[in-house]
Design a protein around this ligand. Structure first.
Ligand code: FES
Length: 159
């Protein structure tokens, strides 16, 4: 079935919503991971009054984003992957990097650039203190999809 049994009927919830947890608990912990719909490991983050949801494993090499710090780069909030420090915007899942325009200039001038959307972002909804995720089911392949297969769900990568 497409509909989560844990979703109460509510007109303010998107049609396919999966219960993640109580907002209080997510706010307290700052983050929560959950397998959604038996098929996707999702990380829900609470930061500066906002909830965000994204694929749990980093698009680069499957890093455990739930242990990443949240920092601002170029005015955009990012999770920093603990494995190789890739920066991923919370709102769009874009990979940010610093580029050097002219390698001969001194001092080197660096600019923040986007590699485009690399991490799949999901929709979060809060109703009556409960937090729900609606999976982003766009057909367009996103790099983080690679780390959502059975192989990466064994926990081996988190040991
Ligand atoms: Fe995340 Fe490499 S796995 S930066």
């Amino acid at each position: 079935s497409q509909t989560s049994s844990s979703s109460p009927p509510s007109s303010s919830l998107p049609p396919v919503s999966h219960f993640i947890g109580k907002k209080d608990n997510i706010v307290k912990a700052g983050r929560m991971t959950k397998m959604v719909n038996g098929c996707r490991d999702v990380l829900v983050l609470y930061h500066q009054g906002q909830l965000h949801a994204m694929d749990m494993r980093c698009y680069h090499s499957g890093g455990a984003l739930q242990y990443g710090d949240i920092e601002e780069f170029n005015g955009r909030l990012c999770i920093v992957c603990p494995w190789h420090k890739y920066k991923i915007t919370l709102a769009e899942g874009e990979g940010l990097y610093q580029a050097v325009d002219d390698p001969t200039s001194k001092p080197l001038r660096k600019h923040w650039r986007s590699k485009g959307v690399k991490q799949r972002i999901h929709k979060v909804t809060e109703v009556n203190g409960n937090v729900y995720v609606t999976l982003n089911d766009s057909n367009e392949a996103i790099e983080s999809d690679v780390y959502q297969t059975e192989r990466y769900r064994t926990g081996l990568l988190e040991a």
